[in-house]
Design a protein around this ligand. Structure first.
Ligand code: NAD
Length: 240
């Protein structure tokens, strides 16, 4: 893989890039992500009836993510963005992660496909704009909207909710203009990440997958796959 700072690069990351920072991946056994009860009450149609239980879970997750620190892969991408911009190119990170670690590493062009656990909003979507929020409520406590008193919720995409179409359209435009598209630490099982590589490949970008293991369902749009830990590979592959 050759990273050219003067080129246009889009990086798409998943839970694997944050695993070395101590945050469990979705598919790693035993993590809360696949707890059937949590999955069931996190549905868009029913989460409002389970807010004390959900906020206890979101609070624990927020604590783990707040205590985590960006690892060499996050940091290398932030440095590569600076190098790209200095050379007249660009590097955008689109992430499925909700842990804010790319931003904390210094990346400033981050597309948060599934939102951020470190932003909250009123459950009435039109009430107030989502706001930065790193507070962690006590177990069982439900934080309230300052404006209307209704419960708050994290600004993340819950099961059964749709991603912003404007955000996706802008990302597709970036992928169409890219000359390099790199997936890092994702199983590629979740839409739209499962399909976005096609958008880049169709317009001629070189597409590379960096992952700890080969994909269960390999995607023909990738030209190259590099197997290994992101925290070791990414600093070398994005060296400037
Ligand atoms: P996933 O769990 O499906 O896949 C993670 C992939 O990362 C696996 O293929 C694994 O082999 C690989 N991996 C593990 N450690 C790695 C390492 N050190 N270096 C490189 N690769 C490594 O995750 P996904 O594809 O991101 O989908 C999971 C969904 O769950 C997403 O929708 C996301 O929003 C959510 N999630 C977020 C976080 C987070 O915010 N950190 C964590 C878990 C899940």
């Amino acid at each position: 893989m050759e990273f050219r700072p003067s080129g246009r690069t889009v990086v798409i990351t998943g839970a694997g890039i944050s695993a070395p920072s101590g945050i469990a991946t979705y598919r790693a056994g035993g993590s809360s992500w696949t707890d059937p009860r949590l999955e069931s009450i996190s549905q868009a149609s029913r989460y409002g009836n389970h807010l004390p239980e959900l906020w206890t879970h979101w609070g624990q997750l927020k604590r783990t993510m707040k205590d985590a620190v960006p690892n060499p892969a996050h940091l290398a991408l932030a440095e590569a963005q600076l190098a790209a911009e200095a050379a007249g190119g660009s590097l955008i990170v689109a992430t499925q992660n909700i842990d804010a670690l790319h931003a904390r590493a210094g990346s400033t062009t981050v597309v948060e496909l599934h939102g951020s656990l470190f932003r909250s909003r009123c459950i009435r979507k039109t009430c107030i704009a989502p706001f930065e929020d790193d507070t962690i409520p006590e177990a069982g406590e439900v934080p309230r909207c300052e404006k209307c008193g209704r419960p708050l919720r994290p600004d993340v995409v819950l099961f059964g909710e749709i991603l912003s179409s404007g955000m996706l359209r802008r990302l597709e435009e970036q992928l169409e203009a890219a000359d390099l598209c790199v997936y890092i630490g994702t199983s590629g099982e979740v839409w739209p990440v499962s399909d976005l590589v096609m958008v880049a490949a169709r317009k001629g970008a070189r597409c590379v997958l960096i992952n700890a293991e080969p994909w269960e369902h390999p995607h023909p749009s990738f030209h190259e796959t590099v197997i290994g830990p992101a925290e070791e590979l990414v600093p070398g592959l994005f060296a400037v």
